[in-house]
Design a protein around this ligand. Structure first.
Ligand code: NAP
Length: 285
């Protein structure tokens, strides 16, 4: 579909932004459904964030994604923020709702869909989360609605502690913060059914790194790694090699994107096209 005077614009903002796969993923989806939409990527520095958002409003963008480092900061420039995104403290998707810019967080829902479609039922399960950054916050807030117990282990203990304190204001299941050290990691994994890596460990170019020694991967464990470049991290490779169910970060990337796509277009997102496009773009890098 050619760009016309009626083309509807959306975008992603972040800094850096040139590695983002979102433009390829969303433009392929728009083309597949023959929608007159275009998705652009803009590198936006912190001092220009407010003006960028005002500019998108003036130009009547249908919405935009927000990525590192603006997910928290952008909140103060939006007209409204969805309750879950407010609790998480981060927005990754903004929707123009009749001129009102409303912020959402689709990372948690993307992760939830990735594990459930991957065949894992969260209800009452014990979950280990590695990391306590932005993605971890969204995932812990979402999974806590279903899980039986969550242990958050992070290299910087204070960050895990803060996450857990925030979430305990709204949920009643046991949620524990631990420093990421071998003994605590071992104890948490041994009693868990789901292990989620939300740290950037294992991400390109450090693809041979993993936090979890292979001997801790027991037969009752499902492993979900949200790193998507490479799609098969060392952690997932080792999980598969001992016969465990392994869910990759591409699934979450596509499902969080699909949530945004559906909010902007009111159409069902073409998941398979989005997934294929992302994998193809990763191969080109
Ligand atoms: P973030 O807020 O910067 O958090 C990074 C986390 O990784 C922190 O917990 C940090 O621990 C930990 N970490 C970094 N290096 C470490 C190391 N060497 N050893 C142990 N822990 C380490 O980043 P984020 O936004 O949460 O993103 C984290 C990862 O998830 C990135 O790889 C990102 O690409 C991926 N992600 C994927 C999706 C998806 O859709 N698949 C969505 C969002 C993010 P400290 O607190 O100690 O620094």
């Amino acid at each position: 579909m050619p760009i016309t005077s009626k083309t509807v614009a959306c975008a992603v903002i972040g800094d850096p932004i040139h590695h983002s796969l979102s433009p390829d993923m969303h433009n392929a989806a728009f083309q597949h459904l023959d929608l007159d939409y275009v998705y652009l990527a803009f590198r936006v520095q912190k001092e220009n964030l407010s003006e960028t958002i005002s500019g998108f409003k003036a130009l009547n963008f249908c919405g935009f994604n927000v990525t590192i480092p603006h997910k928290e900061e952008c909140i103060k420039y939006l007209d409204e923020v969805d309750e879950t995104a407010l609790k998480i403290g981060a927005v990754n998707c903004v929707v123009n709702e009749d001129g009102i810019f409303k912020g959402y967080n689709t990372d948690g829902m993307g992760a939830l869909r990735a594990v459930t479609e991957g065949g894992f039922e969260l209800d009452g399960k014990r979950i280990v989360i590695l990391g306590a950054g932005g993605a971890a916050r969204a995932i812990v807030f979402t999974f806590a609605k279903f899980a039986g117990k969550i242990t958050v282990l992070n290299r910087t203990f204070q960050r895990a502690k803060r996450l857990v304190e925030d979430i305990l204001k709204t949920v009643k299941i046991p949620i524990i913060a631990k420093k990421l050290i071998y003994e605590d990691l071992k104890a948490a994994i041994l009693e868990a059914e789901l292990l989620v890596n939300t740290t950037s460990v294992g991400m390109y170019p450090h693809t041979e790194e993993t936090i979890v020694p292979q001997e801790l991967l027991h037969e009752k464990l499902t492993v979900f790694d949200i790193v998507y470049n490479p799609p098969e991290t060392r952690l997932l490779r080792e999980a598969k090699s001992v016969g465990l169910r392994a869910i990759d970060g591409i699934e979450m990337l596509v499902y969080q994107g699909a949530e945004a796509f559906e909010k902007w277009t009111d159409k069902k997102a073409p998941i398979e096209i989005m997934k294929k496009t992302v994998l193809k773009s990763l191969k080109k890098e």
